[in-house]
Design a protein around this ligand. Structure first.
Ligand code: RIB
Ligand code: CA
Length: 320
């Protein structure tokens, strides 16, 4: 509007009130760095869950990334230390013993505070309905437990944007399952059957977003602490991709839900019905994604991701 003072670049123009629930995790770390560097996001809190590594380490790692990002204003709440039913399964082979690859870890203090599930419920019940988004980039245990503890949060959620599942891409932890769903299939069933609006970034989407050397070099060239940490995390994922998968450019999973919240035009979505296998030993955690709908569905499956666009978004955010 004419005569309006121009907003400074870093002016907090937040139209996204967001909780990120994660299991850092190398790619969760990149997702957090993107969110921390995005002034449009009002980050209400980070909740962490057992997944890639233990609950104690994922909470520690979220605080490490927060310190690197210089965002002591954002609280971190530790959450569930095991899945709802199945035995825990970690993914340390993909994320290193610390969970953050070979990143040098600054010392961070523990923070006693409410459990992640209690923070989720309290925030959603205190904030106006339909104003809080939730991004989930680890097993869905915390969110499922919050929905069971207080079902009234379900209609109060604005959108739930998750990284999980696979349709055309098969599995990455078993032949037919993606890790976040496989690690807690019962929690995934609770969330997908809750009636909440869920946008699902499965491997079909995240395998279109690859950490090439050129993309990593562009981030590293920014030269700041967060940018160098991001490049270190991405280089580690390339190393692991080559070592374990015999691949080259590692897929970048967890920043996709954050990128969708910031720039949805980088993605295409299709409404679907989504069921999770919770019993078969052979296909536990499989996501059956059905586009032939007999009735409307609140679940959207991401079919296309603009890989270069996602990396441009990360580079731009870290350049601020
Ligand atoms: O399958 C990829 C997912 O599993 C990512 O969230 C990664 O961090 C691991 O948790
Ligand atoms: Ca993760």
């Amino acid at each position: 509007m004419r005569g309006q003072p121009a907003l400074a670049d870093n002016a907090p123009v937040s139209n996204l009130s967001l909780i990120i629930d994660c299991d850092p995790g190398v790619d969760d770390g990149v997702a957090l760095l993107l969110a921390f560097a995005s002034p449009r996001i009002e980050l209400l809190g980070i909740t962490t869950v057992a997944g890639n590594v233990s609950a104690a380490l994922t909470a520690r790692n979220a605080r490490v990334i927060r310190q690197i990002a210089g965002r002591p204003d954002v609280p971190v709440f530790a959450g569930c230390a095991r899945p709802m039913v199945r035995v825990p399964i970690e993914a340390g082979h993909f994320h290193g013993e610390s969970g953050l690859g070979d990143l040098a870890l600054p010392k961070v203090a523990d923070e006693p505070g409410p459990h992640a599930v209690d923070f989720m419920v309290r925030t959603l019940m205190d904030r106006p309905p339909g104003t809080v988004d939730l991004a989930v980039t680890g097993p869905f245990t915390n969110l499922a437990m919050a929905m069971i503890l207080e079902p009234a949060i379900i209609p109060r959620l604005r959108r739930v944007v998750v990284m999980g599942g696979a349709r055309t891409e098969g599995g990455n932890i078993t032949a037919s399952a993606e890790y976040n769903i496989f690690a807690d299939p019962h929690a995934a069933h609770v969330v997908f059957s809750s009636g909440a609006q869920v946008i699902v970034h499965g491997l079909d989407a995240t395998h279109q977003v690859r950490a090439t050397e050129a993309r990593i070099a562009a981030i590293e060239a920014i030269g700041t602490g967060p940018a160098k940490a991001c490049a270190t995390l991405l280089r580690f994922s390339r190393h692991i991709e080559h070592k374990i998968v015999r691949g080259l450019d590692a897929p970048l999973h967890d920043p996709c839900p954050i990128a969708w919240l910031l720039k949805p035009e980088l993605f295409d979505t299709v409404p679907c019905a989504l069921m999770v296998e919770t019993a078969s030993p052979l296909t536990l955690g499989h996501t059956a994604v059905e586009f032939r709908l007999s009735e409307p569905s609140p679940i959207q499956w991401v079919t296309r991701a603009d890989g270069q666009g996602v990396f441009d978004l990360i580079t731009e955010a870290l350049s601020r």
